[in-house]
Design a protein around this ligand. Structure first.
Ligand code: HEM
Ligand SMILES: *[C@@H]1O[C@H](CO)[C@@H](O)[C@H](O)[C@H]1NC(C)=O
Ligand SMILES: *[C@@H]1O[C@H](CO)[C@@H](O)[C@H](O)[C@H]1NC(C)=O
Length: 333
């Protein structure tokens, strides 16, 4: 009798275990309390580190962080973006993609991981570190607080072809929406995410097609003069350091280190720097959202937050997939 009860209990427990396993698989395997036991303070450590960077001469690192996170998410939020090309002697990696234009400082992601590892060694993946650091950068720069699910694991793959899918600076609205749609981001979310260009800079190479050979008539003329001033064509192309490529302009000169809805207000004044930005005010699908976010910072923040969460959960590795990388730029040996 006792052994039959024991067997029954075993069966019930097994069924329960299997069904909860299925539940975990049905979701994406991430949860808010994934590190509740193994590293309860991980979020505070990351936020403190990002805040410290923001208040240092390396404050521009915090700007770049949101772009690193975005580039990592769109091919699966799996840390692939941080892998150096020399991990793949026979393959080209994300770092070899033209999507890397202007990318900077990403080695600092490794420093954030070291700060976390000092408290709970080897527990948090680079993918989680990057996703949460991106959220921290959003908050520290004045954007919304983004509650994050965690438990991502790190990939051993990074493909140039994946990063090549990220749109160019000249992308049309069709291309922009077609890029975001398979990621689960609708038009409202796509326009909100572009608010990331409220911070940071664009180099001449990313907008010179709007200046030469002919001035883009959609540019506000005063603003166009500013761009022309920064990127004069008459610079010898073989001068080694070629300002056509290396001079840059701030996306939002008024608050370059603040993530706010200024970006949308500037777009409406025809002050969008890159074609991809400006295109959104000339298309009936996107213009209503540009206006909405320009007028209502809270709606923009909420939509940005939801889109960021969704992107950060795209094609994650969980459970026993992938690895917990020891150094974010290097595959584990
Ligand atoms: C999908 C359409 C997008 C396109 C075509 C695009 C294109 C670009 C390009 C070409 C640059 C480099 C400019 C340069 O240095 O010359 C850039 C910079 C940047 N992008 Fe995007 N981007 C897109 C979406 C996003 C999103 C969704 C975010 C974040 C939410 C983002 C955040 C940034 C930031 C912060 C920078 C400046 C980085 C720095 O100054 O270090 N971008 N973008
Ligand atoms: C960011 O750092 C630069 C360079 O040290 C400094 O000039 C600037 O004032 C800083 N900005 C903010 C908002 O801290
Ligand atoms: C190398 O590239 C091929 C083809 O794109 C891909 O299938 C393979 O997974 C890559 N290998 C690594 C280690 O990234």
């Amino acid at each position: 009798m006792a052994s039959r009860v024991g067997a029954l209990v075993t069966v019930v427990v097994l069924v329960w275990a299997v069904s909860s396993l299925n539940m975990a698989e049905a979701g994406n395997g991430l949860s808010a309390d994934f590190y509740a036991k193994s590293c309860p303070q991980y979020e505070k450590i990351i936020y403190d580190y990002v805040t410290k960077l923001y208040n240092s001469p390396k404050n521009n690192t915090v700007i770049s962080m949101i772009r690193w996170a975005f580039h990592d998410f769109v091919n699966g939020a799996d840390g692939s973006f941080l892998l150096r090309s020399d991990n793949f002697p026979n393959n080209q990696s994300e770092k070899d993609s033209v999507a890397q234009v202007g990318m900077r400082n990403s080695k600092y992601a490794g420093d954030i991981k070291l700060a976390v590892d000092a408290y709970c060694p080897g527990v948090i993946s680079c993918a989680d570190t990057l996703a949460v650091a991106g959220a921290a950068s959003v908050k520290v720069m004045g954007g919304p607080y983004i509650p994050m699910k965690v438990g991502r694991r790190d990939t051993r793959i990074s493909l140039k072809s994946s990063a090549d899918k990220i749109p160019r600076s000249t992308a049309t609205v069709d291309e922009l929406l077609a890029f975001f749609k398979p990621l689960g981001i609708d038009t409202a979310g796509a326009v909100a995410m572009m608010g990331g260009h409220s911070v940071g800079r664009a180099h001449c190479v990313s907008f010179k097609a709007r200046l030469y050979p002919k001035l883009d008539p959609k540019l506000d003329l005063k603003f166009a003069k500013k761009l022309l001033n920064r990127c004069p064509l008459k610079i010898p192309l073989n001068s080694g350091f070629n300002p056509i490529h290396f001079t840059y302009i701030r996306n939002d000169p008024f608050s370059p280190l603040t993530l706010d809805n200024h970006y949308f207000q500037e777009l409406l004044k025809r002050h969008g720097v890159m074609k991809v930005d400006d295109n959104m005010i000339w298309d009936p699908r996107t213009l209503p959202y540009v206006k909405l976010y320009a007028n209502d910072a809270n709606v923009w923040k909420k939509t940005f937050m939801l889109a960021y969460q969704k992107l950060s959960e795209y094609k994650v590795l969980t459970g026993t997939q992938g690895e917990i990388r020891r150094k974010c730029s290097l595959l584990n040996k």
